[in-house]
Design a protein around this ligand. Structure first.
Ligand SMILES: Cc1cc2nc3c(=O)[nH]c(=O)nc-3n(C[C@H](O)[C@H](O)[C@H](O)COP(=O)(O)O)c2cc1C
Length: 397
């Protein structure tokens, strides 16, 4: 007999028109065909030789989960609590600048998905739709991401603007004191605002569907800034320091989450400074090429901050099974980055929905194979090769 609570559908095929996608690798491949090279590389690229971005994937792939059988998993659900809120699933969407480059209307598609699924959506300082509009479109599910750019006073003013708009969550990103050079962007002449020369026009001409729709919708720009006080992508963001964190903690009355943390001691100090959550991330490998894979640091940070302190995680997540791996390693909430933009570029809102459904299906399937009924039951005991706990090791006799 089928349990009503277990998925009874066939595996989801991501479909857009005639296209069928099985997973994020497929949507990435279609995105690569549909987008001008400069745009695809802005989304897909990373710092340096892209070692950290590759390590995010290889370390996630290397993690082995050990199935447990014959457990009563009927009624299993992905329902989660995070920072006092009930969420239908333990994931959300990471803040990303200039999403409308992936396809016109991408910000609105993400906001709609956040609204319909009740999941958090990070709205970047460098978003291509203004923070007020995205909060409305997401029906309050948006979190504002703050860069300290243009000085600390300007950053506090932006935080005030977010509070005024109704944001209750602020994500302070601290791993970009300076934007890292990304070789693909350098080669393609990518700049913000876009600078167009013969190479870029040729690139656009070879991708007419994207180019015509983008021209029609208007070339995306950093919409939280005016032409007079423009966002300078290359300006220092090093004003995000410990002193600023203390100041911001006293200033911001809502939930404060600090993003871009890899060192356990930094995580402990951020917790002790009064942040509500630490967001473990290596920025998808877009900052320090020789940084460790974020997943390698997650267990160490969980051990350092204690069992109950809220941790968000991103970097390299592509599937629901990846989400489960991050939860097993100590995350409470996992954010999807590039994968959501690949889906939008491959097939718009429909492909995004189908991708998110596929994440849901794969996460729930992994959960029940691990013999548990809820994300709260996941932990390192489900790793096939758990890290050795030195306190448990036997003394040789
Ligand atoms: C196109 C793009 C733009 C991004 N912009 C921002 C940003 O403005 N602020 C920020 O904190 N992180 C930004 N990130 C990093 C993401 O929040 C996230 O850490 C990263 O994408 C996770 O890795 P993944 O893409 O492999 O999942 C950006 C990432 C991408 C791909």
């Amino acid at each position: 007999m089928q349990s009503p609570s277990h998925p009874t559908t066939r595996p989801t095929l991501l479909r857009s028109g005639a296209q069928r996608f099985a997973d994020a690798a497929d949507t990435r491949a279609i995105a690569q065909r549909r987008l001008p090279r400069m745009v695809f590389d802005y989304i897909d690229g990373a710092a340096g030789r892209e070692t950290a971005a590759k390590a995010n994937r290889s370390e996630l792939d290397a993690l082995r989960l050990l199935p447990r059988v014959l457990h009563a998993t009927e009624g299993a659900s992905l329902q989660t609590r995070f920072l006092g809120q009930s969420l239908a699933q333990p994931w959300g969407i990471a803040p990303m600048g200039m999403c409308n480059l992936a396809w016109p209307g991408a910000d609105t598609m993400l906001a709609r998905a956040a609204r319909q699924r009740g999941m958090p959506l990070g709205v970047s300082t460098a978003a291509s739709t203004n923070l007020e509009t995205v909060l409305k479109q997401s029906a309050g599910h948006a979190w504002f991401q703050l860069y300290v750019t243009g000085g600390t006073e300007a950053a506090l003013a932006l935080a005030d603007r977010a509070a005024q708009a109704g944001y209750r969550h602020l994500v302070l990103t601290v791993d970009v004191p300076k934007v890292a050079p990304r070789p693909r962007d350098v080669r393609n002449g990518f700049a913000m605002p876009l600078r167009l020369g013969p190479a870029q026009y040729w690139d656009f001409a070879m991708h007419p569907a994207w180019s015509l729709s983008t021209l029609w919708a208007g070339i995306p720009r950093t919409a939280n800034f005016s032409a007079q006080a423009a966002f300078d992508r290359y300006a220092s963001r090093a004003g995000a320091n410990w002193e600023f964190l203390d100041h911001l903690r006293a200033h911001w009355k809502g939930q404060l989450i600090v993003k871009g943390v890899l060192h356990p001691q930094d995580a402990v100090r951020i917790r002790d400074a009064g942040a509500d959550a630490v967001y473990v991330s290596n920025h998808g490998g877009r900052q320090l090429d020789s940084a460790p894979a974020a997943i390698e640091q997650l267990g160490l940070i969980r051990a350092a901050v204690g069992a109950d302190y809220p941790l968000v995680f991103d970097s390299g997540i592509r599937s629901g099974e990846d989400v489960v791996k991050a939860l097993v390693c100590g995350a409470n909430l996992v954010m999807l980055g590039r994968a959501t933009l690949y889906a939008i570029a491959a097939g718009g809102a429909q492909a995004l929905d189908q991708y998110l459904d596929a994440v849901q299906e794969s996460a729930l399937t992994a959960l029940v194979q691990l013999g548990v009924r809820s994300p709260a039951e996941l932990g390192p005991q489900l790793l096939a090769h758990p890290p050795v706990d030195p306190s448990q090791s036997q003394e040789p006799s």
